[in-house]
Design a protein around this ligand. Structure first.
Ligand code: IMP
Length: 188
């Protein structure tokens, strides 16, 4: 079986291909030479993943899946949410982190979760898979590994931020891993 992953990120494709152990062949948008921009105009993670997967699937007439992820902070009414990548308006993750820490300056309630939603369009029908990891936002940046909001997120049951963990340690508990596991279960 062959599936198209609606991403140009080869790292994401390799990671998933490894987890699937050859049972499914994953091709990226770069592999199939698809370079059109799809606007993520949805109001939720589900909508954005669906819009991406559905529109590409219709254009190329293949089975396609797309993912959408972000950080949801309770005390900020769900921000940065679907705007996680461009929260501070610069696209720079240190600016995004600075904005979060500033907004939470006098806040003791620092509960948050990372979420990944994967939408698979298979024979024209949509299937959704969701992974969530709860934790707390730190008061300062800790650690240098990872990306995005990793240096300010401590998952529940741990005392290290995602950026203080090894890639393996994070990848075994992350929202992306949990959503991907469900996709793999469905495909198997
Ligand atoms: P994407 O949908 O996977 O591109 O993620 C959107 C944005 O959410 C990223 O640009 C990051 O700011 C944030 N994000 C998603 N997953 C993670 C993560 O595992 N660690 C830190 N930040 C993340």
């Amino acid at each position: 079986m062959e599936l198209i992953f609606a991403t140009h990120n080869q790292h994401k494709v390799d990671e998933l291909q490894q987890m699937l152990k050859g049972r499914v062949l994953i091709q990226s948008l770069t592999d199939i030479d698809f370079h059109e921009d799809i606007e993520e105009s949805g109001k939720t993670f589900d909508e954005n993943a669906y819009i991406k997967a559905k529109s590409i699937s219709e254009k190329i007439n293949r089975n396609v899946f797309a993912d959408d992820s972000g950080l949801v902070i309770e005390a900020l009414n769900g921000e940065p949410g679907i705007f996680s990548a461009r929260y501070a308006g610069t696209g720079n993750s240190l600016d995004n982190i600075a904005k979060v820490l500033k907004k939470l300056e006098n806040e003791e309630h620092r509960k948050a979760y990372f979420i990944t939603v994967i939408c698979l369009i298979f024979d024209g029908k949509a299937h959704f898979f969701e992974g969530k990891v709860w934790g707390n936002i730190t008061k300062e940046i800790r650690g240098t590994d990872g990306f995005g909001y990793d240096p300010i997120f401590v998952p529940e049951g741990y005392d290290k931020t995602f950026a203080e963990m090894s890639a393996d340690e994070k990848n075994n508990i992350s929202h992306r891993y949990l959503a991907t596991q469900q996709l793999i279960e469905f495909l198997s």
